[in-house]
Design a protein around this ligand. Structure first.
Ligand code: ZN
Length: 289
């Protein structure tokens, strides 16, 4: 902890502004009082102390792990005995209001105080090899959706047969609620491969751009109007006497500059009557067509 204090003071002080003799860094709050420095847990002012609810439909293991992480930090991060006491009180209250029984918390704390033995270097090496080279008896790995009363016996059966099983929630909040960041409409997204059809026949133009389709389409429209030489779209429109269906131009793929050319060739190869300026798809890809 002393080393952390030294490092933080040396490297962060010039970067972060001290506010009320305090500097926060990740979940650490460093407070200076004259020459003494104390470390405690930092929470953003917007922090709500809301954690995985103990009564929610999740595996017990995940709830224990939530409480364990918080209690572990309370025991290890604050630099003073008073800080540890305050943090433990804060975390216990927070866990209680998230439905965690006191018995669960004291069990975790009891385990922590007995498992504080640091293994010898030889033991550590042994642990490392055990970790990198799991025994042959484990011959599989399964991820199960968590359904109370079903997952537990299933996990036991799998374990007995040498298959390691872990669980994940069936539904996550992220699946339930759409992302708060709204995505741009596809024609405003950059780095795209696009298709512009002809209104009068089955001809298509496949193109790619690092800009967005909206901008590129405007150029195509302008080129068609003036029959710009070298423009495949203008050539088709003028030589066939067809109207290009710019309204139905759409993005069909996305990729960085490295893969866009290949994607363009790929889409040209799989689209019937496709025209473009791209190179032919390398021969080794033909097996996929
Ligand atoms: Zn046409």
């Amino acid at each position: 902890m002393t080393l952390l204090t030294q490092l933080t003071l040396r490297y962060l002080s010039p970067l972060q502004k001290e506010n009320n003799s305090q500097i926060s860094f990740l979940d650490t709050l460093i407070t200076r009082k004259n020459v003494a420095v104390t470390i405690s847990v930092y929470r953003k002012p917007t922090h709500t102390d809301r954690y995985l609810d103990f009564n929610s439909h999740h595996e017990l293991k995940h709830k224990i792990s939530t409480a364990s992480t918080l209690l572990n930090r309370a025991l290890n991060l604050p630099s003073t005995a008073e800080g540890i006491r305050n943090e433990l009180t804060h975390v216990s209250n927070a866990l209680k209001s998230n439905g965690y029984p006191s018995a669960t918390m004291s069990n975790i704390l009891k385990k922590k105080s007995t498992s504080e033995v640091i293994p010898s270097p030889e033991e550590l090496v042994g642990m490392f090899f055990k970790w990198t080279d799991p025994p042959d008896s484990q011959n599989g790995f399964a991820v199960l959706p968590y359904i109370k009363g079903v997952t537990e016996p299933l996990t036991r059966i799998l374990n007995n047969n040498g298959i390691r099983a872990t669980t994940r929630p069936v539904k996550t909040l992220q699946q339930e609620f759409a992302s708060p960041k709204s995505r741009l409409p596809s024609d405003r997204q950059t780095n795209v491969v696009y298709k512009i059809p002809c209104a009068d026949c089955t001809w298509n133009y496949i193109g790619e751009t690092g800009r967005c389709l909206h901008t590129r389409k405007k150029e195509h429209i302008r080129n068609t109007k003036v029959f710009k030489s070298g423009s495949n779209i203008a050539s088709h429109a003028w030589l066939e006497g067809h109207t290009i269906d710019f309204e139905n131009a759409r993005v069909i793929d996305r990729g960085n500059s490295r893969v866009r050319k290949t994607l363009e060739s790929w889409h040209t190869a799989i689209t019937s009557q496709a025209d473009n300026n791209s190179k032919q798809l390398p021969r080794q890809y033909s097996i996929l067509l």
